[in-house]
Design a protein. Structure first.
Lengths: 111, 113
């Protein structure tokens, strides 16, 4: 099965906060990443967190890491229609940086 | 340099034909990765280059697949005798040596009829 798990779908109203959750299994991962993918496009790096950190904030994005539970979350404040996309959580699984991705969470922002 | 580029963006081919995709990484990025993404799934790792050396290959990379990075700059991914199951988005990513942060290109969408 998947080493990285995410819920598949999230619906949120414009202006509200979105929270996307992810669980991973490789406790030796040094970095965890969030990528955004719009229809027909490649992956856009949103943010990442080093494994010895608990939280990272970058403008509207907040990443929380619970290493004990291997749980990662991405909070998007003041969600906009342009935030509608698929969001992927990923962990690096070896020293060469190979990424293991979840199946993605589709976020739909409604007016 | 604006980012990783891939060519072509779309490729439609008939089963049994050979196809080749190209990836141009961000300038001076030593590391280059290929991933495959099928509908509704996250990308899956295929292979990795550090400069011109291919250092790791996934078991997903059957003997019909070959990748090269001859001068340590651009890379090509060739699929021989394509099958319908090869239909997917093929993504390339690069990162500078010393970091694990990967920047992805727009992908090449392959459709095998």
């Amino acid at each position: 099965g998947e080493d990285v798990e995410q819920s598949l779908f999230l619906s949120v109203r414009e202006g509200d906060s979105s929270v996307i959750n992810c669980t991973y299994t490789d406790s030796s991962s040094t970095y965890l990443y969030w990528y955004k993918q719009e229809p027909g496009a490649g992956l856009q790096l949103l943010t990442y967190i080093f494994s010895n950190m608990d939280m990272k904030q970058d403008q509207r994005l907040t990443v929380l890491l619970n290493k004990k539970d291997k749980h990662l979350s991405l909070r998007i404040a003041d969600t906009q229609t342009g935030d509608s996309a698929i969001y992927f959580c990923a962990e690096n699984t070896d020293s060469w940086g190979k990424l293991q991705f979840g199946a993605g969470t589709q976020v739909v922002v409604t007016p | 340099d604006t980012g990783v580029s891939q060519d072509p963006r779309h490729k439609i081919t008939k089963r049994g034909q050979n196809v080749t995709f190209r990836c141009d990484p961000i300038s001076e990025h030593n590391r280059l990765y290929w991933y495959r993404q099928t509908l509704g799934q996250g990308p899956e790792f295929l292979t990795y280059f550090q400069n011109e050396a291919q250092l790791e290959k996934s078991r997903l990379l059957s003997d019909r697949f070959s990748a090269e990075r001859p001068k340590g700059s651009f890379s090509t991914l060739e699929i021989q005798r394509t099958e319908q199951g090869d239909s997917a988005m093929y993504l390339c990513a690069s990162s500078p040596l010393g970091t694990d942060t990967q920047y992805f290109g727009p992908g090449t969408r392959l459709t095998v009829l």
